[in-house]
Design a protein around this ligand. Structure first.
Ligand SMILES: CC(C)(COP(=O)(O)OP(=O)(O)OC[C@H]1O[C@@H](n2cnc3c(N)ncnc32)[C@H](O)[C@@H]1OP(=O)(O)O)[C@@H](O)C(=O)NCCC(=O)NCCS
Length: 226
């Protein structure tokens, strides 16, 4: 199905949306009653200028959603953060599309980096799992001080500190590109067309069917008839 939204890397013309995005992130956190690392409009604007943000708009140019990427630990890690969808456009699969675009941007900009996120949201957990993220313990995340400082503005920061950064309310999820090398090659599904082209394979299949699959059945039918 064709999306009714235009989703892609944010550009300079999107800078005026920085304030709207910051306000919506703060409002949504208040409504959900959860903690959130606060961002300033300047920070969001910087992400847009650096080409590290994905913007979603309607065909008529109305702002619909946003997400950005940030590298940590000298580029060893990348976080996809600040996912937000305008309330009136929620539950239409937009967050999924924005996250997919952000994931793709992360892979292009930082191909070897581990991609991670911290979240309390069921929707984000679902989307991340679909993208190949796995839940991990906090020790598998970046140790970059600057990343963890971002949590200071969250209402749950005391919990994080009390646990010595080994856990908090958020679930940590991570995608490691190294896993791609360990993936077993998928078994090829033969299409009808391919079977037709490759006669020897087709013949082998007919023989296999005749000599192995049908052999037992034929015997059974015969024995039933007795
Ligand atoms: C969370 C948020 C981004 C989801 O946006 P959305 O466009 O409604 O999400 P989608 O329609 O793409 O839904 C993706 C999946 O999550 C599910 N989902 C959506 N909202 C959900 C919710 N509140 N609770 C549980 N699951 C939810 C959908 O059913 C869908 O699952 P499916 O593929 O199995 O059907 C949006 O509600 C939002 O901006 N919330 C406030 C900010 C926020 O919480 N950001 C995440 C911070 S970690």
């Amino acid at each position: 199905m064709k999306s009714k939204f235009i989703i892609g890397p944010a550009v300079a013309a999107d800078l005026p949306y920085a304030q709207v995005i910051v306000d919506e992130i703060a409002n949504s956190a208040k409504v959900r009653g959860t903690g959130i690392a606060k961002r300033s409009p300047e920070y969001i604007a910087r992400k847009i200028e650096e080409g590290k943000a994905i913007m979603a708009k309607t065909a008529s140019g109305e702002w619909a959603g946003f997400c950005y990427i940030e590298a940590w630990g000298h580029g060893q890690f990348v976080a996809n953060s600040g996912l937000i969808v305008a309330p009136k456009f929620r539950e239409h699969g937009l967050a999924r599309q924005i996250k997919e675009a952000t994931f793709e941007l992360s892979r292009i900009k930082f191909p070897d980096a581990k991609i991670f996120g911290l979240t309390t949201g069921a929707a984000v957990m679902k989307i991340n799992s679909h993208l190949g993220y796995k839940p991990v313990i906090y020790q598998e995340l970046t140790t970059d001080e600057a990343f963890w400082q971002g949590c200071q503005s969250c209402v749950n920061y005391e919990i994080l500190q009390a646990k010595n950064r080994q856990g908090c309310i958020c679930t940590a999820m991570l995608y490691n590109p190294a896993w791609e090398q360990n993936q077993k090659p998928k078994r090829k599904k033969w299409k009808k067309r391919e079977l037709g082209k490759d006669l020897s394979l087709f013949e082998r299949w007919v023989n296999f069917k005749k000599n192995t699959l049908l052999k037992g059945k034929t015997k059974k039918v015969q024995s039933n008839e007795k």
